[in-house]
Design a protein around this ligand. Structure first.
Ligand code: NAD
Ligand code: DAU
Length: 328
């Protein structure tokens, strides 16, 4: 299959491209704007065609989609904290960008898969969200992702475009930019830097190993029913504090590094996805959290040439803005 993968230079996108080329022999065109989170290095070992551009740029999209049989859209601004500080790019990429891609897919007459998130449902105290649960996003990130999902659904209903939506839970694994909980804690623990826990640390996330998400997306792309939404949730839930404690144990860091900092505004307490629908297509998560976290710690330990330039670049300015005075 020849696939257009938008946002393929990011964390989940690059792992997906690797999986498709390695295990399925697909031909892949990557369209990516290379924001701070997108890196060509993430794809250094994978054969692909690269188009540098934004999904809201019609000409670049037209160039990239040429000859492709399906579009998988990972391109997004993905960090909730950044969406609270500066929502602009979230609105442009998720609303305008998704619209431009949908138009191009309609014009080309190809299947379109939108990569979405469990955050569109908001927080759930008990039980799990199904695909029919009401949409109740809390942050500018999740609200604009929800808008994109609704636009995708409208292209199915209005124009009969073959659309699919995959809503994933929290991913972790290799190549994740170290502003997110797990890579940030691993690298800070390795450097004996403070480990900043928001609020009481009892927020619960449903952890999904990145290759399991990629496999789920592949199942939906191949076997999903057009117009449908599929949840892809991880096999294990874990409160943030326990995640950090596990990382302390795996890295041998000092527990004294644990530092409670001001909570995120509008912080969702718990996410949980019911994934029966994607299971019915033959998907099953293969990696449990304990094993996946150990592999992830090992990957960061073994790849300083990947994270070294990030940690010493613009990331420092972001880090100072986000945590500065609270971490001393
Ligand atoms: P990421 O931030 O690591 O990567 C995003 C990629 O999109 C980067 O390569 C970036 O350069 C590119 N990009 C951003 N804006 C663009 C634009 N306007 N045009 C073209 N490219 C652009 O993100 P990620 O964690 O890999 O997430 C990928 C997708 O999966 C997102 O849609 C996200 O909402 C969704 N998702 C993420 C998670 C998670 O836990 N990380 C969970 C569920 C769903
Ligand atoms: O649930 C899926 C979502 O998971 C994706 O849609 C998002 O793109 C992705 O970023 C992720 O969102 P979260 O907000 O859950 O991820 P993050 O890694 O930012 O935070 C995970 C939890 O850890 C959350 O409860 C906030 C907390 N946290 C995070 C950071 C960065 C801390 O306690 N300290 C921190 O320094």
């Amino acid at each position: 299959m020849k696939l257009l993968v938008c946002g393929g230079a990011g964390f989940i996108g690059s792992n997906f491209v690797r999986l498709r080329v390695r295990d399925h022999g697909d031909e892949v065109v990557v369209l990516d704007k290379l924001t701070y989170a997108g890196r060509r290095e993430n794809l250094a070992d994978v054969e692909h065609v690269f188009v540098h551009g934004a999904i809201e740029d019609r000409d670049k999209v037209a160039e990239a989609i040429e000859g492709c049989e399906a579009v998988v859209n990972f391109a997004a601004e993905t960090h909730v904290d950044r969406s609270i500080a500066e929502p602009d790019a979230f609105v442009t990429t998720h609303a305008v960008g998704t619209y431009v891609l949908l138009e191009a897919a309609r014009e080309a007459g190809v299947r379109y898969l939108q990569v979405s998130t469990d955050e569109v449902y908001g927080s759930i105290a008990e039980g799990s969200f199904t695909e029919g649960s009401p949409l109740a996003p809390s942050s500018p990130y999740s609200a604009t992702k929800t808008g994109a999902d609704l636009l995708v659904a409208s292209y199915f209903h209005t124009y009969g475009l073959e659309t699919l939506i995959c809503r994933g839970s929290n991913n972790y694994g290799p190549y994740q930019y170290p502003e997110k909980l797990i890579p940030l804690m691993i690298l800070n623990a390795m450097h004996a830097d403070p480990l900043p826990v928001y609020g009481d640390g009892q927020q619960v996330r449903n952890w999904l190993y990145v290759e399991d998400f990629g496999r789920g997306i592949g199942h939906v792309l191949a076997h999903g029913r057009p117009g449908e939404v599929y949840n892809v949730g991880g096999p294990d839930e874990c409160p943030n504090l326990e995640v950090v404690e596990r990382i302390i144990a795996l890295t041998g860091a000092d527990r004294e590094l644990l530092t409670y900092v001001t909570d995120r505004p509008g912080h969702d307490r718990r996410y949980s996805l019911a994934s029966e629908k994607v299971r019915a297509l033959g998907w099953e998560a293969q990696v449990h959290f304990a094993e996946g976290l150990e592999q992830t710690v090992a990957w960061y330990r073994d790849n300083p040439e990947w994270w070294g330039p990030i940690r010493s670049g613009d990331y420092r300015a972001y880090y100072e803005r986000q945590y500065g005075s609270q971490l001393g």
